[in-house]
Design a protein around this ligand. Structure first.
Ligand SMILES: *[C@@H]1O[C@H](CO)[C@@H](O)[C@H](O)[C@H]1NC(C)=O
Ligand SMILES: *[C@@H]1O[C@H](CO)[C@@H](O)[C@H](O)[C@H]1NC(C)=O
Length: 989
C-alpha cells in the first residue's frame, strides 16, 4: 500500500478522502486526465465479459459523475471501433476477467505487477496508446471483482459522493469540471482479508424502520422479517463503498436465506461475501430456520441425523455464492450446549460439517473453502478451546470481545501461524444494554484492534454494529482501519474524524477540527459511563464540583455543535443532525436530566425550595428526550422513522425497559416554610443543610455544630462555595460577613424569593495575608418580613502550604494528589519500549501504554527492569495509600501472562500488581461485570498501599506486561473523597 498522500487541495474544491491516496482534482492541469470539462464527459468503457457486479458498480460510477457534474458519461461495452472513434475514454475492468483489459495489457505492456494476483487491489492511471488507434485512456483496473468495484467507489468518494450519501443523507457537492491525475491511485491489498459487519439486536429500531420502508407492513411470509432484497441492496452498496466485503445478516426474527429468495444471489451479484453469526452454523439462520424446518431437538448427541440434513440444505443453498462458513454449534437460544456436551462431540460436529462442505462442493479440497470458528464471548466455546479442542488448521479462529470492546484473548505466539489465520468479532454498537446512541471511542477501538494486528488476528474482522444507523463513524473507522492498518495510529485519529467531517459536511478546516473535538468528547463522555447506566448520583453532586463540571462540559459541547449546525445550509443540516448534532443533544439532555434528578432529590432532602425548579427541569428534559427522538423520526419526511425507537431511560435490569420512564423526582411543599426558618445554608462538600436536622450534618444528625470549609493554597479548585437557598415561600434578604480580612465573599448580600430561590456565594482567600493554617467564621444573616432575623455560621480554614524550594512536580491540595498518567516527570525506555500516550483515549485526558506492544519480542519485564514513568510529588500530610486507574482490558495474552504493572514509591522495592483476576475461559473475571464493575465504570481502580512522610517523593510505574493502559494516579493524603472520575488534576509547580 502506498502511504504517500498526494495533497491536491485547491481553494473551494476539497477532495473528499479520508486518508487515502488522492487522484481526483477539480482544476485542470497539463498532466491531468479530464473526466468532465465544459459539459463534456469522458466516455466510460467496460467489457461484456467482466463480472456482473462490476457492470452494476460501473452504473453507480457513471451516475455518481452525473450527480457531481451534471453531465452523464456515455457508458458502453467496448468494441475496438468504438474506442478508436472516441475522445479519451475511461476504461474499467478486472484483470484476468475482462478481455478488454487483457488486450490492453498485451498491447501496451503496462506494468500491472502491483495488483496482479492480489486480493481486492486496484490501480488507476493514464495510459498512452493502450490499443492500436487509441491515443490515451484512463484505466481503472482491479485485481479481482471487488478490487475493480473498490476502485470505482474510491473514485466516487473522491469525486464527492460519500459512502453514506443515502444512509446518512450526505449531500453531493457539485463541481462542473472534474479531473484525475495521470499517476492515478493504487490501493490494496487490504490488511484484513474479510472485513464485515453484523446487524444485531436490530429490534426495535432497524427492524421497525425497515418494516415501514421496505415492506407493506407485513414482512416475509414465514417470519415477518422486513429484511428483503430491497433493504439489502441499500446495505450491500454501502458496504462496498466502505470497502467492506463481508456480512452477518440480521437474525433476531429473520433468516437471510428464506426471507427473500433474492437475498443470497443479490449478495453475490453485488460482491458481498455472506456468513452467519457465531451461533448460526452452515449458513442457516438458527434458531429461526430450525424452528421452521428442523425436526427433533437441537441436540447433536441425540438428533445428529436431522441436524446434519439441516446443514446440508444450508450449504447447498449457498454453494453457488461466495461464502465464509461459520462452523461449530451452540445450544438453542444461543445458550451453551447441554452439559453433557464434550470436546469430542464438538470435534465430531466440525468434522461432519467439513464432510458436508466437501460433498456439497463436489469433492473440492475442503481447506480451500473459507471457514471460521468463533471462540465466542459465549464463553463455553472458548472454554472448549482452552480444554484442548482443536479445529483444522485452515479454519480461521475468531476471537471476540466482552461485548464492550475489550478483546478476550489474542492469538498466542504458537497460534499465529495457522493457515486459516485468526480474526476478531468486535462490538461497537449493540450489546444488550447499550443500544441507543454512539458510545464507543475510536481511540479504544484502535487500541484493541491494533493489538489484533500485531498478534496476527487479521484474517477476519467482524463488527457488531447494532442497528447500524447511529454508529456511522465508528463503523467506518473500523472498516477503514481493517482496510489499511498502517494508515491509522494513535496520533492521527483526530485527523480521521476531521477529514471525515470535511468529506461529509463541506466544513472549513477549523470547523472540521471542531467536529473532531465534538466527536472525541461525545464518545468519551458516553463511553466512560454508558448513557443507559447513568443515574442521579453517578457524578458526585457535592465533591470536586464533578456534576457541575459534567453539566457545563456538556452544555459547552452542545453549544459548539449548535454553532456549526446553524451555519449549515438546509441541505446539509439533516446529515449533520443524524451523525453529530442529534447524538450530542440527546446525550447532553439525558446526562443533564440525570444530574438534575440527583440534585432534585438531594435538595428536597435539604428542604430547599429550588428542588421544585429542578423537578420542573427533569420533566422538561424528559419531554425533550422524546422531542429529539421525534425530530430524528420526522426528518426528511420521515425517512428515518423508528430509527431512534430504542428505549434508554431508567433501566430496571440489564435488558432495555419496555418504555422510557422519567426518573423519580421529589417536590417540597412550596406553600409551607421549613421548620428552621426561611433561609437554608448548604456549603460545598456536604449533603447536609443548616440550620435544622439532617442525617448528613453530623453523626447524630441533629444539634450539629456549624459546618466547616477547608481551602488549601494548592487546591486545584481555588475557591469554595456556600449555597443560600429558600426554605419555603417567604422571601428574604441576606448579608454575608467574614471574621477575617483575608477571606473574600462574593456576593456579600442577596435577595431570595420563590422566583429566585438560590444564590451561590463564593469564598476565596487573599493568600498574601495568610501564613500557615488560619481560621475564620462566615455569618449568613437573613431578614424576612415579619420574622426574627436568622443567622447561620460556617467555619472556614485556610491552609497556606509551601513545598520545599526548588521542588518541581505535583503538589498536594485538598487532601490528595491527582495526576494524569501522561504527565510524568520522566519517561525511561528499555529495549525500545516506551510508555506512550494514546491521546483522547479513556475517561479524562488520555492513557499511556508501553509501546510497541510487541517490543522486547513481546516478552514481559520483571518488576523494576522495564520501561518506567516517574511522577514527582510533594505532600504535606502523610501518604495513606494510592490508586492507579487503569483501563479495563482482559488478560488477552493468556492466563499465564495476566496484565500487570509495578509500582515503586521512592527507593522501596517495586511491587507488581495483576489487576484483572485470572478467570476460566468460561467466565469473566471477578469484579468485571455489574453496574459497579470495571466495565460499567470503564476503569479498574488498583489500590496500592504505601505510606510516606510529608515531603518530596517519586512514584514510579514500571512496565511488566504490554497492553496495560494507565489513565490516572491518585495519591491519598487523608481526604480523597468519593467521585466517579477521581479528583481533578493537582497543581504542578
Ligand atoms: C455490457 O455487457 C454486460 C454483459 O452482457 C451487460 O450486463 C451490461 O449491461 C452491458 N453494459 C452496457 C452499458 O451495455
Ligand atoms: C407493496 O404493495 C404494492 C402494491 O400492492 C406492490 O406493488 C409492492 O411490490 C409491495 N411491496 C413489497 C415490498 O411487498
Amino acid at each position: 500500500m502506498l502511504a504517500v498522500v498526494l495533497v491536491v487541495l485547491v481553494a473551494g474544491h476539497v477532495v473528499r478522502a479520508i486518508g487515502q491516496q488522492r487522484c481526483v482534482s477539480f482544476v485542470s492541469s497539463p498532466s491531468a486526465f479530464t473526466v468532465v470539462s465544459k459539459g463534456v464527459a469522458a466516455p466510460v468503457f467496460t467489457s461484456t465479459d467482466d463480472w456482473p457486479g462490476v457492470h452494476r458498480a460501473v452504473g453507480d460510477f457513471v451516475s455518481d459523475i452525473k450527480k457531481v457534474t451534471g453531465t452523464t458519461p456515455k457508458l458502453s461495452n467496448a468494441t475496438i471501433s468504438s474506442l478508436k472513434t472516441s475522445t479519451a475514454p475511461i476504461i474499467i475492468g478486472t484483470l484476468g476477467k475482462s478481455s478488454l483489459v487483457s488486450q490492453i495489457v498485451n498491447n501496451s505492456k503496462i506494468d500491472v505487477s502491483a495488483i496482479s494476483g492480489r486480493w481486492e487491489t486496484f490501480q488507476s492511471f493514464l495510459v498512452t496508446n493502450p490499443l492500436p488507434g487509441v491515443p490515451s485512456a484512463y484505466l481503472i483496473i482491479g485485481s479481482d471483482k471487488r478490487g475493480t468495484i473498490y476502485g470505482l467507489y474510491d473514485h466516487s468518494e473522491q469525486f464527492g459522493v460519500s459512502p453514506w450519501y443515502w444512509w446518512a443523507d450526505v449531500p453531493i457537492t457539485k463541481n462542473a469540471n472534474m479531473f484525475v491525475t495521470s499517476s492515478g491511485c493504487l490501493q490494496g491489498p487490504p490488511s484484513v482479508q474479510y472485513r464485515g459487519i453484523f446487524l444485531n439486536d436490530e429490534q426495535p429500531s432497524l427492524q421497525n424502520w425497515a418494516m415501514e420502508k421496505f415492506t407493506n407492513g407485513t414482512g416475509s411470509t414465514l417470519l415477518g422479517s422486513p429484511f428483503n432484497h430491497l433493504f439489502y441492496s441499500k446495505l450491500f452498496e454501502l458496504l462496498l463503498r466502505l470497502k467492506a466485503n463481508y456480512l452477518w445478516p440480521a437474525m433476531w426474527g429473520s433468516a437471510f436465506g428464506i426471507d427473500d429468495s433474492l437475498n443470497q444471489p443479490l449478495a453475490d451479484f453485488y460482491g458481498v461475501v455472506m456468513g452467519t453469526s457465531h451461533q448460526e452454523p452452515m449458513m442457516r439462520s438458527t434458531p429461526n430456520e430450525w424452528n421452521l424446518f428442523g425436526s427433533g431437538d437441537w441436540n447433536y448427541s441425540t438428533n445428529a441425523q436431522n441436524i446434519y440434513k439441516f446443514w446440508v440444505n444450508g450449504t447447498e443453498r449457498s454453494r453457488p455464492f461466495e461464502s465464509l462458513y461459520t462452523l461449530g454449534m451452540r445450544g438453542s437460544g444461543d445458550l451453551p450446549l447441554s452439559e453433557t456436551t464434550n470436546v469430542n462431540l464438538l470435534e465430531q460436529i466440525v468434522a461432519d460439517q467439513r464432510t458436508i462442505l466437501m460433498n456439497a462442493y463436489n469433492g473440492t479440497d475442503v481447506t480451500t473453502i473459507p471457514q471460521l470458528w468463533a471462540l465466542c464471548k459465549y464463553k463455553e466455546v472458548q472454554g472448549y478451546y482452552e480444554d484442548g479442542m482443536r479445529v483444522p488448521d485452515d479454519v480461521a479462529l475468531i476471537w471476540t470481545d466482552d461485548n464492550w470492546g475489550n478483546i478476550r484473548r489474542f492469538p498466542l505466539a504458537d497460534e499465529r501461524n495457522r493457515t486459516g489465520g485468526a480474526g476478531v468479532y468486535y462490538h461497537v454498537g449493540s450489546p444488550r444494554d447499550y443500544k441507543w446512541i454512539t458510545s464507543s471511542q475510536i481511540s479504544k477501538t484502535y487500541e484493541q484492534m491494533s493489538i489484533a494486528v500485531e498478534r496476527n488476528a487479521t484474517r477476519v474482522w467482524i463488527l457488531n454494529v447494532g442497528d447500524l444507523k447511529p454508529y456511522e463513524l465508528g463503523t467506518e473507522f473500523f472498516l477503514a482501519y481493517g482496510w489499511n492498518t498502517t494508515r491509522w495510529n494513535h496520533n492521527n485519529l483526530d485527523t480521521f474524524v476531521s477529514q471525515w467531517a470535511t468529506r461529509e459536511f463541506d466544513l472549513s478546516d477549523g470547523d472540521s477540527n471542531t467536529v473532531a473535538q465534538i466527536i472525541s468528547n461525545l464518545t468519551r463522555w458516553n463511553a466512560r459511563r454508558k448513557p443507559e447506566l447513568l443515574n442521579g448520583t453517578t457524578y458526585s453532586l457535592i465533591d470536586y464540583r464533578e456534576a457541575d463540571t459534567v453539566l457545563n462540559d456538556w452544555k459547552t459541547l452542545s453549544d459548539s455543535s449548535t454553532a456549526i449546525y446553524n451555519k449549515l445550509s438546509s441541505e446539509m443540516k439533516p446529515s449533520f443532525f443524524e451523525m453529530v448534532h442529534h447524538p450530542v443533544q440527546a446525550s447532553q439532555n439525558l446526562a443533564s436530566m440525570w444530574i438534575s434528578q440527583g440534585m432534585n432529590n438531594m435538595r428536597a432532602s435539604q428542604a430547599r425550595l429550588s428542588a421544585n425548579t429542578l423537578a420542573d427541569q427533569v420533566e422538561t428534559m424528559f419531554a425533550t428526550d422524546y422531542d429529539l427522538e421525534n425530530q430524528y423520526h420526522t426528518l426528511l419526511d420521515g425517512k428515518w422513522d423508528h430509527m431512534m425507537d430504542q428505549t434508554h431511560v431508567m433501566y430496571y435490569y440489564w435488558q432495555q425497559p419496555m418504555t422510557n420512564t422519567m426518573p423519580p423526582i421529589s417536590r417540597v411543599q412550596a406553600k409551607k416554610q421549613a421548620l428552621s426558618g426561611p433561609m437554608r445554608v448548604v456549603p460545598e462538600g456536604t449533603l447536609g443543610a443548616w440550620p435544622g436536622d439532617n442525617p448528613n450534618q453530623c453523626s447524630q444528625g441533629y444539634s450539629c455544630p456549624p459546618p466547616t470549609l477547608n481551602l488549601d493554597y494548592f487546591a486545584p479548585i481555588p475557591n469554595r462555595y456556600v449555597d443560600v437557598g429558600a426554605g419555603g415561600p417567604n422571601a428574604f434578604t441576606f448579608t454575608v460577613t467574614s471574621s477575617a480580612s483575608w477571606l473574600k465573599l462574593t456576593p456579600a448580600s442577596g435577595s431570595i424569593s420563590p422566583t429566585a430561590p438560590e444564590q451561590r456565594v463564593f469564598a476565596s482567600v487573599d493568600w498574601s495575608q495568610v501564613n500557615g493554617a488560619q481560621s475564620a467564621v462566615i455569618s449568613f444573616k437573613a431578614t424576612a418580613k415579619g420574622q426574627p432575623s436568622q443567622t447561620t455560621t460556617v467555619n472556614f480554614n485556610a491552609n497556606k502550604t509551601v513545598p520545599a524550594t526548588g521542588f518541581t512536580g505535583f503538589v498536594e491540595g485538598d487532601g490528595g494528589i491527582a495526576i494524569e498518567a501522561a504527565h510524568a516527570s520522566r519517561n525511561t525506555s528499555v529495549s525500545g519500549v516506551t510508555w506512550t500516550e494514546l491521546p483522547g483515549y479513556g475517561r479524562t485526558l488520555s492513557g499511556v501504554t508501553p509501546w510497541p506492544r510487541m517490543g522486547n519480542n513481546g516478552a514481559n519485564f520483571t518488576a523494576g527492569s522495564g520501561p518506567s514513568l516517574e511522577y514527582d510529588f510533594y505532600n504535606f500530610h502523610p501518604v495513606q495509600g494510592m490508586t492507579v486507574m487503569v483501563s479495563p482490558s482482559l488478560n488477552a495474552n493468556g492466563n499465564d501472562r495476566p496484565l500487570g504493572f509495578a509500582v515503586q514509591l521512592d527507593t522501596q522495592t517495586p511491587r507488581s500488581f495483576y489487576f484483572i483476576p485470572p478467570a476460566a475461559a468460561s467466565a469473566t473475571p471477578a469484579g468485571w461485570d455489574g453496574v459497579d464493575g470495571f466495565v460499567a465504570n470503564s476503569i479498574v481502580s488498583v489500590a496500592v498501599s504505601g505510606t510516606a512522610a510529608p515531603g518530596a517523593h517519586t512514584l514510579k510505574i514500571w512496565m511488566v506486561e504490554p497492553a496495560v493502559v494507565v489513565q490516572k494516579i491518585v495519591i491519598n493524603t487523608g481526604n480523597v473523597r468519593h467521585s466517579y472520575l477521581g479528583p481533578p488534576e493537582s497543581m504542578r509547580v
